[in-house]
Structure formats: structure tokens, C-alpha cells
Design a protein around this ligand. Structure first.
Ligand SMILES: Cc1cc2nc3c(=O)[nH]c(=O)nc-3n(C[C@H](O)[C@H](O)[C@H](O)COP(=O)(O)OP(=O)(O)OC[C@H]3O[C@@H](n4cnc5c(N)ncnc54)[C@H](O)[C@@H]3O)c2cc1C
Length: 674
């Protein structure tokens, strides 16, 4: 008779090395070399190694959350770090202008160093620098480029106002042309129009790209000014000594929930004069006589083109958020492999990662971190192509993808930070282990550069636009019948398929990809119908609002489908068989969790109840398989201990090395002599 032992069964041996033992009797994924996986994930790791080495040489630049830095101290640290990065030969603005892949990669690296540093760098180079580069003319670029790149001209991106954030078209700050002096007069008409939350404004900024309503005298001689809508202007706000310029009043927004290394400020302008040439005039210009001209025919198109140029900021946030997700799951997985609680009688306690509930918490996060890593790569590549070709279709695609991925990734990471904290129990709550600080710092990623709820609506609006264009001119009933037939065709109405519970079928990429596509197509179809039905009765605005949760679900479904397809391509592209099997298991888990969590598949009889149960069982078993390779999977993210800085998440000398004594580190961090 087989002997039952402490590992729970009698089958093959558990994996060795770090991570304790894994209960026997479950399928194992083959071990793989974390270095090989890292090489597959990351073709710029030399740069990462150098950037992280820089912070090894300057440990004083890494904020220590336990020291309780004041905002002034933290801001100073960030300022010094920005200079050190430049002195080391990394020019983020050059990267942004010439090789954006490097720019976004640097952002991801910095995210686990200090999110304040990553965001402050984004404000200076991507928001302030990027707005001048992308919205200005060659003359603006020549005038400002070097000073922005070399930090001689710290600047701001001043869009949001006290009373208007998401609704940018309703901003009230105005820039009125004074034809006689050939100047813009920039003015805050009331308190509601004070620029608010402006990064780099409270202490450092010397100039700002200010978004204001462009107003010129009526060319027909009428008494009223003509309002051409929101445009961008360069407005100096401080002199070389750091004193605010006449007419500029700046206040500090004070302590925030996180990101206190950034000096967010509020700015009020009182009839501040700047030369006419300070209009960033890529999409519209105004001549000396006050005549306004633009190659784009409508205010809406100009506005869309202006905002469209700002997608780079969102790509940067996706990169930073993916960096945080990798860091958080690294801490949680490593700790869960070492932390032990309970166990069978007369046996050692088991590692908490061997609890099914921990696996179900952490393995989907690990799988999603990989999926979003690849999706981030897709977005970056498309962004680079868009900048190179300026092809209108690509511009629209990148706009939708950057909006959707920014919203999806940052919301996902924020929720995952809480899950990781909970998975680490009480020690996850210690500030020194960083999950709390990351959660506070990252939270606002969901709001700035476009609130997630608002961005998701833009994604769905674009999907609907595309869908309508496809069927434009066709009578409604014909469109309806066509799509209904197409959707029914996509249904696996063969009962053998809807009831197929074989893992081979459930893990077949064709089944998974089609299921996620079906979900998106169905949501698009039904949303379109609902809007058409409600529109005439309620008007477009209220009809949209009535369908808002549907709108948001559609956008998320679309993003998830894109992430899965990208993940799948990454699995197919991996030549190392062991790594490929781990990637395949994670991509399966990613898609199956989505199908498991969406009642629509059941309601539509896309999957029979028996198949739904089989999917749930498979999810549990995949989580358990992945637990066996969870350590090399997080090691492949290659975040060194001096950057991760969480005593409970230390990786020691790598996947096969000795177990790091996390408690010793932790005791030491708390001040005990050990
Ligand atoms: C730390 C920090 C740094 C920032 N840095 C800058 C900066 O450098 N420059 C700059 O210009 N701005 C900056 N901002 C401002 C930021 O971009 C805005 O806060 C953001 O755009 C959201 O606008 P809001 O705060 O007005 O929120 P609101 O638009 O008022 O949103 C409030 C709530 O209403 C919901 N809501 C709004 N509209 C809709 C809708 N149509 N449908 C459904 N729900 C809706 C939102 O989802 C949200 O939950 C910063 C903000 C912070 C906190």
C-alpha cells in the first residue's frame, strides 16, 4: 500500500529548492530557467541593469517609507534623482523623440524605484516636453528642446481646472489676442478656472503648456470675441531665480494620499501677456491681424487632434502600472512561498501558497502580469509605428488601445495591490514591505491622464463608430439580421461543443479566442441596438447614460480580448519548450478566468452548465500547476532586491539559490539586532 506523507499524497516528488514543498498528486509544469524567460520577456535588460546599478551606487536616492519623508524632502530626492539619470547619460526627452520604446521602458524601470520619480519624469518630458514637441511647430521645438531635455527649463502641463477635469472642452481659462501688442492675454476668469493639480507647478516649474480658450476679435468687426475652443499656449510662470512672474499666482496643493514627491500646484493667471508665437500652432494658427486658420475643418476635429497627440502619456502610465504589478506580485509570491501556517498533524507547517485560496488569489495576478506585459509591448510598438507613419487608421487604433489599456491595466493593478497585501497577511501591512505605499502612489493612475471611466467610454464610442461605418447605408433591419446571423454563426450550437469538458478543448486557443471575440461582438451588437432604441426617445446623451454599464463592460471585454490574443502570439513566439508551457498555462488561465466570471456565456448557452463546472475545475488545477513554477516566473521579472526593497519579498540569489532569510531582514528593518 502506498504511504501517505506530509505532502498530501504519494505521487511524484515535489519541486526542490526555494519555495518549500508542493503537495503531491497534482500535475507539474516543467521547471524552467528564469534567465531564459527573462531574456524572452525583455530585450532591453542591459539598460535596466544599468539604471538599477545607478541606484545601487546612490542608495540615498531611494525613498525609505519608514523614515516618513516630508513632501519637501521627498521632492528634493526626486529632483536629485532626475539629475542623476541625466548625468548617467539617459535623456528621457531624446528617448521620447527618437526611440520611444526606450522612454517607456525607462518609465517601467523607474516605477519600482519610486513612483513619484516616474511620474515627475513623465510630467517634465512627456507632458511638458511632449506637448511642446507634438503640438508646437519646428520653431517651438528648436527653441525649447534642449532646455527641457537638460532640465534647465522645468515645466508643467496645465490642463485641469478646479471645476473641470474630465470635460476638457469646457475649460474656462482664456487666451485673448491683443492685436495691437501682438500678444495673448492669458487670464483666469473666476476661481473655478484656476488650474489645479498641476505637476511641477508648486515649486519647480518655470513654464507651462496652458490649455485655454483661444479668443480673437470678430473678423467681421462684431463687438464680441470669437471663441475657437481650447488650444495650448506656452506661458512662463517663474523667472530664473524661481520667483513667480507678475500676474501668476501659485499655491501648493499640499499633501496627497500618495506621490508626495511631486509638487502639484494650483495656478491663477491675471492678464498675463505672452507673445503671439507662444500658441502651440501645429493644428491652428493666428496671424498678426488676428485671422484664425487651421487645416482641420471643425473645432471638434482640432480638439480631437490635439488630445490625440497626448496618447504618449497614457502609454507611459501603462508601462509604469505593469512595472508596479510585477513588483507587487513578486513580493506576494515570494512571501507566500516562505510563510508557513498550519499543516497536517505531526508534519511541518505548509507554505501559505499551498492553500488553494492563495493560489486562486495570486496565480491569476501573475498570469495577468505576463499578459499585460505583452500587451504593453504591443501598445508601444503600435505607438512607435504611429509616430513613424502618421497613418490615420493607426492614429485611431493607438488612441483606442492606449485609452483602453490605460484604464484596464491601472484598474487591474490597483485591485491586485490590495489582493497582494491581503495575501501577505499582517506583514503585508508593514510600510517597509511597500505594498501600502505602492497602493497609495498608484491609485491616482486610475484618474490622471484621463479618468478610467471616461476613457473606457471613448473605447466603446470608437468601437461603435467602426461598427456603424461597416454598415453605413444599410437599412437597420438588414444590418440587424446580418449581425444576428453572424453572432448565431459564432455560437457553438453543436451540443457536442457546448458540452465539451475535455481539457484539450478547454485549453484550445481557438476555443478561448473565439469565446472572447464572441463576447465582445455580442456586447457591441446589443449595445448598438439598445442605443438605437433609446436614442430617439431620450436623446443621445441620456440614451448613452442609460446604457453606461454596458458601454464600460464592452470596452473592458474588448481590451481583454486584445490582451489574450497578444498573449497567445507571445506563447507561440517562445521557442524554449519549458518556458512556452508555463506561458501557455498562464494564457489559458487568463482566458478561462474571464469566461468563468461572465454569466453571459451561460445565459447564451455558449457553454453548458457541465462545461462551466469543468472550466472552474480547470482554473483551480491551472493555478495549482502554476504554483510549482511561480518563483521562477516572478524571478524572470528580474527586479533586484535593492529596487524591490520589501524584506518579505527578497529573492536572494535567484531561483535555485538558497532561501533568503526574510525574517532576519524584516527584524533588522524593525531595528532588532540579529
Ligand atoms: C496627483 C495628481 C496629479 C495630476 N497632475 C495633473 C497635471 O500635471 N496636469 C493636469 O492638467 N491635470 C493633472 N491632474 C488632474 C487629473 O488629470 C484630473 O483629476 C483627471 O483628469 C480627472 O478629472 P477630475 O479630477 O475633474 O474628475 P471628474 O471628471 O470630476 O471625475 C469625478 C468622478 O466622476 C466620474 N465621471 C466624470 N465624468 C464622467 C462621465 N462622463 N461618465 C461617467 N462618470 C464620469 C469619474 O469617473 C470620477 O469617478 C492631476 C491630478 C492628481 C490628483
Amino acid at each position: 500500500m502506498e504511504r501517505q506523507d506530509c505532502a498530501g499524497s504519494s505521487s511524484q516528488g515535489p519541486p526542490q529548492g526555494r519555495g518549500g514543498t508542493q503537495p503531491r498528486g497534482i500535475k507539474q509544469l516543467p521547471r524552467f530557467d528564469a534567465g531564459v524567460m527573462e531574456t524572452y520577456l525583455d530585450d532591453m535588460r542591459d539598460m535596466k541593469a544599468k539604471v538599477y546599478q545607478m541606484f545601487r551606487e546612490h542608495p540615498e536616492l531611494l525613498p525609505n517609507v519608514e523614515e516618513g519623508l516630508s513632501k519637501e524632502e521627498h521632492r528634493e530626492l526626486v529632483r536629485r534623482s532626475l539629475k542623476v539619470i541625466l548625468q548617467a547619460g539617459y535623456s528621457p526627452l531624446d528617448f521620447l523623440a527618437r526611440d520611444p520604446r526606450k522612454y517607456f521602458y525607462l518609465g517601467e524601470c523607474l516605477s519600482m524605484v519610486d513612483l513619484s520619480l516616474m511620474v515627475k519624469s513623465g510630467v517634465q518630458y512627456s507632458l511638458w516636453g511632449g506637448s511642446v514637441l507634438n503640438l508646437g511647430s519646428e520653431a517651438h521645438r528648436r527653441r525649447y528642446y534642449d532646455d527641457i531635455a537638460q532640465l534647465r527649463l522645468p515645466g508643467c502641463f496645465a490642463m485641469t481646472e478646479l471645476k473641470h477635469g474630465s470635460n476638457v472642452a469646457a475649460l474656462q481659462t482664456e487666451a485673448v489676442l491683443d492685436v495691437l501688442s501682438d500678444e495673448w492675454v492669458v487670464h483666469t476668469p473666476d476661481e473655478g478656472a484656476i488650474k489645479w493639480w498641476i505637476g511641477n507647478a508648486a515649486e519647480d516649474g518655470r513654464a507651462a503648456t496652458v490649455f485655454a480658450r483661444l479668443k480673437v476679435p470678430d473678423p467681421n468687426g462684431g463687438p464680441k470675441l470669437v471663441d475657437h475652443g481650447v488650444h495650448a499656449f506656452v506661458v512662463p510662470i517663474r523667472d530664473a531665480n524661481g520667483s513667480t512672474l507678475p500676474g501668476v499666482e501659485i499655491r501648493d496643493c499640499g499633501y496627497k494620499v500618495g506621490l508626495n514627491g511631486i509638487d502639484n500646484g494650483a495656478i491663477r493667471f491675471t492678464h498675463v501677456r505672452v507673445p503671439r508665437g507662444n500658441l502651440l500652432d501645429r493644428f491652428a494658427s493666428v496671424d498678426k491681424s488676428g485671422r484664425y486658420s487651421s487645416p482641420l475643418t471643425s473645432q471638434a476635429r482640432r480638439f480631437a487632434a490635439t488630445l490625440g497627440e497626448l496618447t504618449g502619456g497614457r502609454v507611459g502610465l501603462v508601462a509604469g502600472s505593469v512595472g508596479v504589478l510585477k513588483g507587487a506580485v513578486t513580493i506576494a509570491v515570494r512571501y507566500a512561498c516562505l510563510r508557513q501556517q498550519f499543516g497536517p498533524p505531526d508534519c511541518p507547517e505548509v507554505a501559505i501558497i499551498d492553500y488553494q485560496s492563495t493560489q486562486l488569489r495570486l496565480m491569476p495576478i501573475l498570469a495577468t502580469a505576463y499578459g499585460l506585459h505583452f500587451a504593453r509591448g504591443l501598445l508601444t510598438d503600435k505607438y512607435v509605428d504611429m509616430k513613424r507613419t502618421r497613418e490615420p487608421r493607426l492614429v485611431e487604433e493607438v488612441h483606442a488601445l492606449s485609452a483602453g489599456l490605460k484604464a484596464y491595466t491601472t484598474s487591474y493593478t490597483q485591485a491586485a495591490l490590495s489582493t497582494c497585501r491581503e495575501a501577505c497577511g499582517g506583514h503585508g501591512y508593514a510600510a517597509v514591505n511597500r505594498l501600502g505605499a505602492l497602493r497609495s502612489d498608484h491609485d491616482i493612475f486610475q484618474t490622471f491622464e484621463g479618468d478610467n471611466t471616461v476613457l473606457l467610454q471613448q473605447v466603446s464610442a470608437m468601437l461603435l463608430k467602426e461598427y456603424r461605418q461597416q454598415f453605413s447605408g444599410a437599412p437597420l433591419t438588414a444590418t440587424y439580421h446580418y449581425l444576428r446571423a453572424a453572432l448565431l454563426g459564432a455560437l457553438p450550437n453543436n451540443p457536442l461543443v457546448t458540452h465539451d469538458t475535455e481539457p484539450r478543448h478547454l485549453r484550445d486557443p481557438a476555443f478561448l479566442a473565439k469565446a472572447l471575440e464572441y463576447r465582445t461582438a455580442r456586447m457591441l451588437f446589443t449595445l448598438s441596438l439598445r442605443l438605437r432604441k433609446a436614442g430617439p426617445r431620450l436623446g443621445a446623451f441620456h440614451a448613452w447614460n442609460k446604457c453606461l454599464t454596458h458601454v464600460l463592460d464592452l470596452a473592458n471585454a474588448y481590451v481583454e480580448s486584445v490582451v489574450y490574443k497578444t498573449f497567445l502570439r507571445a506563447v507561440e513566439g517562445c521557442v524554449d519548450p519549458e518556458c512556452r508551457r508555463a506561458l501557455k498555462a498562464m494564457s489559458d488561465l487568463f482566458a478561462l478566468r474571464l469566461i468563468e466570471g461572465d454569466m453571459m456565456f451561460r445565459n447564451d448557452e455558449y457553454i453548458a452548465p457541465s462545461k462551466a463546472k469543468a472550466i472552474s475545475r480547470l482554473v483551480v488545477s491551472l493555478c495549482s500547476e502554476l504554483r510549482g513554477v511561480a518563483l521562477p516566473l516572478v524571478d524572470a521579472f528580474a527586479i533586484p532586491d535593492h529596487i524591490l526593497r520589501a524584506p518579505i519579498g527578497l529573492g536572494g540569489s535567484g531561483g535555485t539559490g538558497p532561501q533568503p532569510d526574510i525574517y532576519k531582514e524584516y527584524l533588522h528593518a524593525a531595528g532588532f539586532e540579529v
